[in-house]
Design a protein around this ligand. Structure first.
Ligand code: ATP
Ligand code: MG
Length: 391
């Protein structure tokens, strides 16, 4: 039996003129995701992508990768047969046997994309329905709320039989929206923010601030592990690790304690912007959510934003922690995020941070620092790590 994956395109179907570009990006992303799982033929026609395994290719792995590729509304594993009613009936009986035995009620839905096929869609459904009723005495037809919908598609390249489609990851293909830099900590929020923006088609570069000797190697490994999970959806990326301890020590020594966090965050923005520019990114992304902590009040965000001239995307800004956690569980980052290694933000925390900082007071406090030199020192000290999905 020839099993394939049929993929229905997402939002990109609506994109009119850009459609060809979007389809090409999606095909490229799917090919790349499947490259370590054997030899596949991957092609698109009539808003459907076909993933056809050759000898020895791993279709289970392919289905898992496809489920994590943005730009896909739905997909199904299907049995491919020649365009012949007898073949369709035999394939449905055999391919969907476990589902047909488990169900009490069913219906058949057919789609005839190839108009040269002699039977029309309702005729295909009637013929197959009748055949299956005879073969499976446990079944009756229920067109309103069936336990199982048997689907038949007669298309350009052949006929296909499958059960219910699975939901795809949605969104638009990574790479069609340009590049942006995600500021990634080891927390719950920033991996979710990365995932949300990759879903909108952005290709990501990751920037992580580490403060050895105050933070450990394991804290950094945790971030690599988080990004590896994100890359299952977002694709390969480069992580820039910025040595940040010296900046933090300088702020601690020379600025009012209550401004420590906000000034540190302004440094993160300035250093990130420099790296982002070099990497041809057009925006920064953070995992901030309004009111979550002292540095995420509207006044604090105004002061943080004032340090960067690039737009800062904050996809979690209006979300509750419970909503963010639900996504982090879905993308499998939650269990890593809650591992207890210290982040650079938590090693120096003021007892009483300013929740409503004013920009004038901050600019005055920053005069005590040689900001340009500190920023250049950070940029000069970055280390690169290549991140890619697990194989
Ligand atoms: P998270 O769960 O992502 O750590 P958080 O709620 O702990 O977020 P903060 O620590 O205030 O919030 O950080 C806000 C945002 O700043 C993070 O979502 C992330 O985008 C960025 N950020 C914080 N720490 C770092 C870091 N060490 N390296 C890079 N970016 C960071
Ligand atoms: Mg954090």
């Amino acid at each position: 039996m020839n099993e394939v994956i049929l993929i229905k395109l997402g939002e990109m179907v609506l994109k009119g003129l850009n459609r060809k570009t979007f389809e090409a990006a999606l095909l490229k992303n799917i090919r790349r995701r499947l490259e370590h799982h054997g030899d596949f033929e991957i092609k698109v026609a009539q808003s459907t992508v076909y993933v056809i395994p050759h000898e020895g290719a791993d279709l289970d792995a392919a289905a898992d990768k496809v489920s994590k590729t943005f730009g896909i509304a739905a997909f199904s594993r299907a049995c491919a047969i020649k365009k012949d009613m007898q073949a369709i009936m035999a394939a449905a009986e055999e391919y969907l046997r476990p589902e047909l035995l488990a169900a009490k009620s069913f219906k058949v839905e057919s789609k005839r994309a190839d108009k040269s096929f002699p039977l029309q869609s309702p005729e295909i459904s009637a013929a197959l329905g009748e055949y299956l009723l005879e073969k499976f005495p446990n079944l009756h037809v229920d067109v309103h709320e069936p336990d199982l919908v048997v689907r038949v598609e007669v298309r350009d390249f052949g006929a296909y039989v499958h059960g219910p489609a699975l939901r795809g990851a949605g969104g638009i293909p990574v790479g069609t929206g340009g590049n942006a830099a995600i500021l990634i900590s080891g927390g719950i929020d920033s991996p979710v923010a990365a995932w949300m923006m990759a879903k909108r088609g952005l290709e990501l570069t990751a920037i992580h601030f580490a403060s050895p000797p105050y933070t450990s190697e394991r804290a950094e490994q945790k971030v690599v592990n988080l990004l590896t999970k994100v890359s299952e959806y977002a694709g390969r990326m480069t992580m820039f690790t910025v040595p940040f301890a010296h900046v933090q020590e300088e702020i601690m020594a020379k600025c009012p304690e209550e401004l420590f966090t906000i000034i540190m965050r302004r440094f993160m923005m300035r250093v990130s912007e420099k790296i982002a520019e070099k990497e041809h990114c057009s925006a920064l992304i953070t995992g901030e959510s309004l009111g979550q902590v002292a540095s995420q009040t509207i006044q604090a965000i105004v002061c943080t934003d004032a340090a960067a001239s690039m737009p800062v995307f904050r996809p979690l800004i209006g979300m509750d922690k419970t909503e963010i956690i639900a996504i982090s569980r879905k993308i499998d980052t939650f269990d890593i995020s809650i591992e207890p290694y210290e982040d650079c933000c938590t090693v120096f925390t003021p007892k009483h941070p300013r929740t409503r900082p004013e920009i004038g007071y901050i600019l005055e406090a920053e005069q005590a620092l040689d900001c340009e030199a500190l920023i250049d020192e950070c940029v000069a000290g970055v280390r690169l790590t290549k991140i890619h999905p697990t194989r």
